[in-house]
Write a protein that binds this ligand. Structure first.
Ligand code: PRT
Ligand code: MG
Length: 216
C-alpha cells in the first residue's frame, strides 16, 4: 500500500520531545517505543512510525524507507544531507556541539603554538571541517560512545561532543572551550517522495509546522 507514510524517529530524547508535537499534529502512536516494537502504528491508518537508531534516521529517509523523519542537526551535518529536504527546525532536543578538554589543559595556548591535537569524537566529518576552518592541526580518533573518557584516559587531548546541562563534562573534570555549532532537531523529508507524494506529505509537514510554532 504505497499511500502509507512512514516517519522515522529514534527513541529516547527525540521521541520524547517529538511526542507532544505528534499529539498536536493529531498523530497518536499505538505503542510506546520502549515496548521494543520497531514499527508503531498510529490513530491514522496511513501513518506509521519506525523506530531507528538516531544516527540512522537520515539514511532511512535518504533511501525512502521512511518518507520523513526527525533528526538532530549534529546527525544531519555528519550525514551530509544527500537526498533530504529539511523544511523545519523543530527547535527540540536542543544542545550545543562543543570542543572540550581536561580541566587545566590550555587549549588556546596549544592552538596558538600550532600544536597537533588528538581529538576523539563520533562527529569526525563535522570536527574535521571545524578545525580546518580554524586552521587547527588535528588527528581525529573515531569513537562510538562516551567521548568524555578519551581525555581522562589519555586517548585524546580534546573531544567534540554535545553538551546540554554541562553536568557530564563537570562530572568528568572536563571543560568546554569552543562551540562547534548550536544543535536542535529538524524535520527531514525524502526529496523524491516530496515530489511524487506532495499531496499526502505537505499537509503532514504543515501540521508539524503548526505544532512546533515555526513556519514551513
Ligand atoms: O544514545 P545512542 O548511542 O543510541 O544514540 P544517540 O546518542 O545518537 O541518541 P540520543 O537519543 O542520545 O540523542 C539523539 C539526539 O538528541 C542527538 O543527535 C542530539 O541532536 C540531541 N541531543 C540533545 C543530545 C543531547 N542534547 C545531549 N546532551 N544528544 C546527546 N546528548 C548527550 C551528550 O552526548 C553527552 O554525553 O548527553 C551528554 C551531555 O549532557 P549534559 O546535560 O550532561 O551536558
Ligand atoms: Mg545517546
Amino acid at each position: 500500500m504505497r499511500d502509507l507514510t512512514s516517519i522515522a524517529l529514534s527513541k529516547g530524547r527525540i521521541f520524547d520531545e517529538t511526542a507532544p508535537l505528534l499529539a498536536r499534529a493529531g498523530l497518536r502512536p499505538k505503542a510506546d517505543p520502549e515496548s521494543r516494537k520497531l514499527v508503531i502504528g498510529t490513530n491514522r491508518k496511513d501513518v506509521r512510525l519506525i523506530i531507528v537508531r538516531a544516527s540512522d534516521t537520515p539514511t532511512y529517509v535518504q533511501y525512502g524507507a521512511a518518507d520523513m523523519g526527525i533528526a538532530g542537526h549534529d546527525i544531519l551535518h555528519e550525514h551530509g544531507g544527500a537526498g533530504l529536504y529539511q523544511p523545519l527546525d523543530l527547535r527540540i532536543a536542543a544542545c550545543r556541539m562543543m570542543v572540550a578538554v581536561r580541566k587545566g589543559f590550555d587549549y588556546a595556548d596549544a592552538v596558538r603554538r600550532g600544536a597537533r591535537l588528538r581529538v576523539a569524537t563520533k562527529y569526525v566529518r563535522t570536527a574535521r571541517e571545524h578545525f580546518a576552518q580554524k586552521g587547527v592541526h588535528v588527528d581525529l580518533i573515531r569513537l562510538y560512545g562516551s567521548m568524555e573518557l578519551a581525555p581522562i584516559t589519555g586517548l585524546a587531548d580534546a573531544i567534540v561532543d554535545l553538551v546540554s546541562s554541562g553536568n557530564t563534562l563537570k562530572a568528568n573534570d572536563l571543560v568546554a572551550v569552543e562551540e562547534v555549532m548550536p544543535v536542535s532537531a529538524r524535520l527531514i523529508v525524502n526529496q523524491a517522495a516530496l515530489k511524487t507524494r506532495r499531496a499526502i506529505l505537505q499537509p503532514i509537514i504543515e501540521a508539524f509546522a503548526r505544532a512546533s510554532g515555526v513556519s514551513a
